[in-house]
Ligand binder design. Sequence first.
Ligand SMILES: Cc1ncc(COP(=O)(O)O)c(C=O)c1O
Length: 361
Amino acid sequence: MSRAWNFSAGPAALPEAVLKRAQAEMLDWNGTGASVMELSHRGKHFMQLAAKAEERLRGLLGVPAGYKVLFLQGGATQHFAQIPMNLAAEGDSADYIVTGHWGEKAVREAAPYINARVAGTSEAAHYLDLPPRESWTLDPRASYIHYTPNETIHGVEFHTVPDVGDVPLIADMSSNILSEPVDVAKFGLIYAGAQKNIGPSGLVVMIIRDDLLARKGRPMAKIFRYAEHATNDSMLNTPNTWGWYLAGLTFEWLEAQGGLVTMGERNARKAKTLYDTIDGSGGFYRSPVAVHARSRMNVPFTLHDSALDAVFLAEAEAARLLALKGHKAVGGMRASLYNAVPQEAVDVLVNFMRDFAAKHG
Ligand SMILES: Cc1ncc(COP(=O)(O)O)c(C=O)c1O
């Protein structure tokens, strides 16, 4: 059976070349006579893999000196809580810019550890727009400012890095990391769950500036302390070796594609193909998101008659177009267009959408 076109929001499509390579290496990785999953993380083969993966990620993102790269576990959600534990002392406050479901959750999970202030929000716009920068009430004494550059569920994305002055900026890049070049020097901390643009779930990649790593934070067990993970090269305990391996393969694949400039161009073209189809459908399809805030990675759209939703999904699945059902918070459909989703998949999708509209319009 051939592979379907997969528009899942996450865990999401991985590059086919990466999956094939992992398949080929499954039983005998690197001439070791064992799967990478069956080898010690402290052995020379895995240590080399780990170092190479970090080197590739640093190269792709152009991570400047003065930042550590960590390969952690717990999903992005655990780090919603662990970030304030590490970066703030009792009684400190941090500013959160909330532009959707994940930003809301970040505030909720941080609240036991820090005074998490909502300093900007687009809740009144149902998270279908971004709050204008002038409306943010930033506190210059905040421990950090947290935002979600791409909200996976609502489909809103910041297309520039906000200027927030000297307070360290923290970004949950779970759903847009590696999708285009980014100036890492503008951030104090970047983190991302792997299961969209990097690899399998259960791995978190974090890029953290040394001065933030040096903060004392709250009293906590060693296993929660980022500085301990950094000192131990992300091997304080047994890491997610399989995830790390696949991440390394994805980084290698990204290099072979031409790096993040190429990915940025491809992602912009894919998103334009889909938004143009929605906008050109004479109202059959609609994007609920403000045009300037539209995400390149996650594209929610509705049908003019929601009674057709189930028919659309059934016909899409029959056409081998997977995971197009929208999140219940927004309704309708959502197509996620991460790095591993090729232009061809989007072309097949928009042709399907045009045919569907002609048949049911
Ligand atoms: C932007 C964003 N942040 C955080 C998360 C939560 O990630 P995890 O399930 O790995 O904790 C997701 C998951 O989809 C996400 O899209």
